[in-house]
Ligand binder design. Structure first.
Ligand SMILES: Cc1ncc(COP(=O)(O)O)c(C=O)c1O
Length: 428
């Protein structure tokens, strides 16, 4: 499409220099239809972003949920710029490490001690190593997405390059199905070091489920790890563990904690966290101060403004309206909305004529043409206004019926102006 001329030029160049053309699968041409969607962004402010061809969008992706307050937030920028004048990384720890750790201990129920890192994968991997060291066991049970390292990705279909010996130690269980976890414990008696799960993805936990998982772990001598990369600060300031009132032994955070600056954290029970002294978890940039200054300002703002409450309120209104639209336009066979209000999934379904992935390619194209950057989930930020949500609903009012029309009349070939999305793997 002529509209995305500069995006396409940059993508061509990137594909010569950067495998996949992106550092992140979910930001690449695997996740957005090439020629029919922007491929590169230039800048952002609040809830808006601008692509390299000068088009403006309301962004409902928000850098995969790490932009929690909005792009270029003035308060966060001021805190980062003040710290920047004094240096970024130092030869000894900085007091910000303690200040941010204190803020996390204050707001997260399971947090007694805290260690920082950069990516989510750093801390989920640290949690697994810590659990293995603490329990003296090697097997782990996983329920969700937990990053790119061998111990986890070996359990998915994208397991190329992961040694079989590592894969044999990781086992998946079904969320909301206690029996599937009990079965693992009986298949590997006294061998499971930890159960790591996203406390919720798109289905609410059944009453008592998370509590039962914790009881089962304690009975079997395994640690319970909540991966709160997404739910943290979004379901409640203290994460899903606060919202559902179940306190895990360890938990991992990242994403929205520093409004887009790279920071992650593993937190947990003191005696377990102290075993960090005996394992090796260490990195040059763990105490980098731009991100810590951003996290301090972000956490204080989230607390002062009840950001989690604001996201839930806006997300609830959005969810109810999309449900109504689906009902009124009889779109049940084409899409559905599910999940917690502050992180809902708009699933595009397989139909007799097209796969969900084909129709989703068209969906992204049509949303982008109308100034909405959207992929699959509504990643709300504090900067989204009620008008932004209203505009999204107007766009859905136009785009979702197009999916029905195109599917019923087999029109995809003439309507989709770019490539069909490519599958990576599915874990949620
Ligand atoms: C629940 C969950 N855990 C872990 C990760 C990995 O985080 P990162 O991509 O920062 O390594 C992600 C990233 O999307 C995630 O959603």
């Amino acid at each position: 499409m002529e509209r995305y001329k500069n995006s396409e030029l940059l993508l061509q160049k990137a594909l010569e220099l950067v495998p996949t053309g992106s550092q992140t699968f979910s930001k690449s041409h695997y996740a957005y239809p090439r020629h029919a969607s922007p491929m590169f962004l230039e800048r952002g402010k609040g809830s808006a972003v601008w692509d390299v061809d000068g088009h403006q969008y309301i962004d409902f992706v928000n850098s995969l949920l790490c932009v929690s307050l909005g792009y270029a937030d003035e308060d966060i920028n001021a805190a980062v710029m003040a710290q920047l004048q004094n240096g970024v990384s130092f030869s000894l720890p900085h007091r910000l490490e303690i200040e941010v750790a204190e803020l996390l201990v204050d707001c997260i129920p399971s947090a007694e001690m805290v260690r920082f890192a950069k990516n989510g994968t750093d801390v989920t991997s640290a949690a697994i190593r810590l659990a293995r060291a603490y329990t003296g066991r090697e097997h782990v049970a996983v329920g969700g997405y937990h990053g790119w390292q061998d111990w986890y990705i070996g359990s998915t279909t994208r397991d190329l390059g992961v040694p079989g010996a590592v894969k044999a130690l990781t086992h998946t269980f079904k969320y909301n199905d206690l029996t599937s976890l009990e079965t693992l414990f009986s298949q590997f008696p006294k061998q499971i070091a930890a159960v790591i799960l996203e406390p919720m993805t798109f289905d609410l936990p059944k009453p008592g489920y998370l509590d039962d998982v914790k009881k089962l772990c304690e009975r079997e001598g395994a640690l319970l790890i909540f991966d709160e990369m997404i739910t943290g600060f979004r379901f409640a300031l203290g994460g899903a563990q606060e919202y559902f009132n179940v306190v895990p032994h360890l938990s991992t955070f990242g994403k929205g904690m520093a409004n887009g600056f790279p920071l992650s954290a593993i937190v947990g029970q003191r005696d377990i966290m102290k075993s960090m002294d005996d394992i090796f978890f260490s990195g040059t940039f763990g105490g980098e101060t731009m991100s810590l200054a951003a996290a301090k300002a972000t956490l204080l703002k989230m607390r002062a403004k009840d950001v989690a409450g604001d996201l839930i309120r806006k997300g609830e209104a959005l969810k109810v309206s999309v449900e109504k639209l689906i009902r009124e336009q009889q779109l049940e066979d084409y899409c559905s909305i599910s999940g917690f209000p502050s992180w809902t999934l708009l699933a595009i379904k397989d139909t007799p004529n097209y796969t969900g992935l084909e129709l989703k390619s068209l969906f992204i194209q049509e949303c982008a043409l109308r100034g909405i950057l959207m992929n699959a989930t509504h990643n709300l930020s504090y900067a989204h206004s009620d008008q932004d949500i209203q505009r999204l609903l107007e766009v859905y009012g136009e785009v979702l019926p197009i999916l029905k029309e195109v599917s019923e009349n087999k029109l995809l070939a003439s309507r989709l102006k770019g490539d069909v999305l490519k599958p990576v793997f599915k874990v949620r």
